[in-house]
Design a protein around this ligand. Sequence first.
Ligand SMILES: NC(=O)c1ccc[n+]([C@@H]2O[C@H](COP(=O)([O-])OP(=O)(O)OC[C@H]3O[C@@H](n4cnc5c(N)ncnc54)[C@H](O)[C@@H]3O)[C@@H](O)[C@H]2O)c1
Ligand SMILES: [Fe+2]
Length: 385
Amino acid sequence: MSVYRMILNETSYFGPGSITKVPDEIMARGFKKALIVTEQSLIDAGVSSKVLKLLDGIKLPYEIFDKFKQNPTIQNVNDGVAAYKKSGADLIIAIGGGSAMDTAKAIGIIINNPEFSDVKSLVYEAPTKNRSVPLIAVTTTAGTASEVTKNYVITDPERKLKFPCVDAHCIPIVAVVDPDLMSKMPSSLAAATGMDALTHAIEGYITKDAWAMTDMMNLKAVELIGRNLRGSVLDKNIDAVTQVAIGQYMTGMGFSNSGLGIVHSIAHQFGGMYDTPHGVANAVMLPFILKYNADYTGTKYRDVAKAMGVEGTDSMKEAEYRKAATDAVVSLSKDVGIPQTLPEIGVKAEDIPQLAVAAFADGNTPGNPRPTSVKEIEEILRSAM
Ligand SMILES: NC(=O)c1ccc[n+]([C@@H]2O[C@H](COP(=O)([O-])OP(=O)(O)OC[C@H]3O[C@@H](n4cnc5c(N)ncnc54)[C@H](O)[C@@H]3O)[C@@H](O)[C@H]2O)c1
Ligand SMILES: [Fe+2]
């Protein structure tokens, strides 16, 4: 057996009402003041306010930092670092989707590793020496799994690119996955974030560094998300929302340790160039990349098709189960209202050469099961126009 590494988080809570554990964790760990990283719109919508009420209940002083956008930027991180320093806090609590949690991770890392204050040098596997400021991550979307991963993604608007950062020092000390916070997500957001999680699970299952333990997590996540996303998006059924929430966390443990592939390499460039929501960018590209990778995945698409709920996969021939897996993903994507072509999300043909060069250079590209090239990525992008 080769040598494999698993890095996981410490304590996580799941299920409706799990945010009530946040005060217990704060008191048990003796924190005195928190910087809350969340959006004002989420407070106004009655989402983050549920957690703030619990903090008021234990009289924990806190300040709110909300000066960040979807696809958070270098400037957002710098502003957050300044806010943390000014606040006198000893804890960060992120309440929101990947954008809030990733901003909080970058703030916490820079506070304890100030030699990376330029933010840009955190790209890929920066050699930070110290753990982040303690971070409690309360996710309000069911997609990125940033509450459990050692990853965060920051946007550089000057270079028009998003750069993934991978650092075990950023993992939150407590993760909270409470479906009550997710049940009122607009359908388009629930669909996009759910498809992001499905992409993590499938890319994490077929990536080059996948192995038995990450397979266990990623394949079960394909099943939980593949079979519950319709109910979660279309009916807002709380059981389905809960299963998708658990599925996205499960693949978070998996993909954080296995890596991903070129769906994410390309999606990061759409985010950098057009500010495309991350889940939408992945969801549109996933079927095209599934077709492109099919011949490099052994029997894994049989497992994916079966996990998605396709009947009769055991007796299918190779070409049949490969098609069945892709078809199942396309069918789910259409049912939850995801656009199917790149012009629908604003991608321009004249940008394709630049997008392909940047996608090829993305840190996820080496993990793709099929060796690729700038030219082949260009061809995939043109086929999706
Ligand atoms: N750290 C990781 O491992 C990882 C993995 C994938 C993606 N990402 C990054 O995460 C970011 C995307 O995060 P996201 O997809 O969770 O979206 P997001 O955090 O950008 O949020 C999108 C929008 O949804 C709103 N929203 C969030 N929760 C809501 C709720 N419960 N109800 C109503 N509105 C709500 C937010 O206010 C925001 O306007 C991107 O920057 C992406 O690159 C990180
Ligand atoms: Fe993602």
